[in-house]
Structure formats: C-alpha cells, structure tokens
Design a protein around this ligand. Sequence first.
Ligand code: ATP
Length: 232
Amino acid sequence: MSLLDVRGLTAGYGAVPVVRDVGLSVERGELVALLGANGAGKTTTLLAISGLVGLQAGEITLDGRPVTALTPARRARAGIQHVPEDRSLFPSLTVDETIRLACRTRRAPGWVLDLFPALERLGGRRVAALSGGEQQMLALARALCRDPSLLVVDEMSLGLAPLVVNAFFPVLRRVAAERGCGVLIVEQHVHVALRWVDRVHVMAGGTVAASGTVEEMRPRIDELAGAYLGPS
Ligand code: ATP
C-alpha cells in the first residue's frame, strides 16, 4: 500500500476539468517529482491532493484511508502538508512567530532545527526582511513542524539561485530517509529533479503522460523534454 495513491483524479476551477484521470503515487520515504510544461496541470494536481481544489472525479488515499471527502484542514491533520508556490507566509510576522503559530509550541522541534540551523539565528527577523531562500526555508520548516507523513511542495526552486536550490534537496532527502516522510514536488528544472528524486511523473495536457524511476527516465529525458516539457 502506497503512502499516497491518486487514481482517476479529475479536477478544475469550473465546469471544465483542468486535469483529467491523473494517476500517481508516493511511497513512504520517497521523493517524487511532478514534471511538465507550463499549464500542464501540476499545480492543480497538488491543490486537489491537499483539498484546495475540488475533485470532479477520482479517489485519493493516504496510508490506505480515503481523504477525498475531507476538508483541507482535516487533510492537513491527517498528515498532508502543502508548501504552495507563493509560500503563503505573513510578511509582518517574525520567523519565531511563524513557527509558533504552526507548531503551537515556543520552538520548532529539535529535528527541524537540526535540518535548518539558520532558523535560530533568524528567529527575531521579520519575514519581509528575509531573502527568497530564507523564506523558502521557513515555509518548509513550518510545514515540517507539523510532522507530516506527506510533504507537498510546489515549485520549490522558483526565483532561487541554483546554489540555494541545491541546498534544499539534501534536506528533503533527509526528511524522507530519517522521518519516512513521502515528498511530492513540482520542479521546473528537469535535470535538478533527476539528480535528487527517486521517481517522476510527467504531466502533459492535464494528465500523466509518463511515469518511472529516475533510472528508467534518464535515458528518455531528451525524448520526454521534446514531447512534453517545453523549452527549459
Ligand atoms: P505552471 O508551471 O505554469 O504553474 P502547471 O503545470 O502548474 O503550470 P496549472 O497551474 O495547474 O499548471 O494550470 C493548468 C491550467 O489551469 C492552465 O491552463 C491554467 O490557465 C488553468 N488555471 C490555473 N489556475 C486557474 C484558476 N484559478 N482558475 C482558472 N483556471 C486556472
């Protein structure tokens, strides 16, 4: 039984679905990337998994339990944490206040501080004064404070320097290995994704066009890039 199992997911913003019959899975301790050109439906798929976009059809299970009927808040309590593309931080709060709101304790758990030691140094700093990389770190830390079984991260590397992005992936690998957390990310940089993740699902035109392990996909990447991923 997979940690996350998505079958026949059809969802959108109005009567016409944006994603159709999407099937994907994430195992415990696994890093999975959702790839695809702009508009392929990656963000919509993540939002549907978290409950932020309504399903028109399909079934989503977490640890074998259906979550399709649950509100976003109840899905979060069930173990799904979503880091959205815009990170959804409050600019006027400090780092410590952001963590306190999420954790309902004064400090982040030790294992989160261990992953992100800079959190302590930046504790009194307002979100608005953080760099893009620091904001992404805070968004990830806030989600991890709730000890999710599934972490969903949309466009983690958006607007970040490659050096910064390359620092986050090992952290996600540790989260997967040490916490047994499943991680589902949308990543625009195909080659970055292939370096760090275990498996990829390639989306095109609102559905999953190809899926496989990195070993299976690497030899096909030029073909897939030409067919589905658009200019990179
Ligand atoms: P990108 O990399 O550009 O974010 P994506 O693969 O994440 O692309 P989605 O954001 O899921 O794709 O968008 C898929 C389709 O849904 C696009 O055609 C987009 O215009 C449409 N769409 C996205 N958000 C909305 C919305 N709030 N209301 C209506 N249509 C939307």
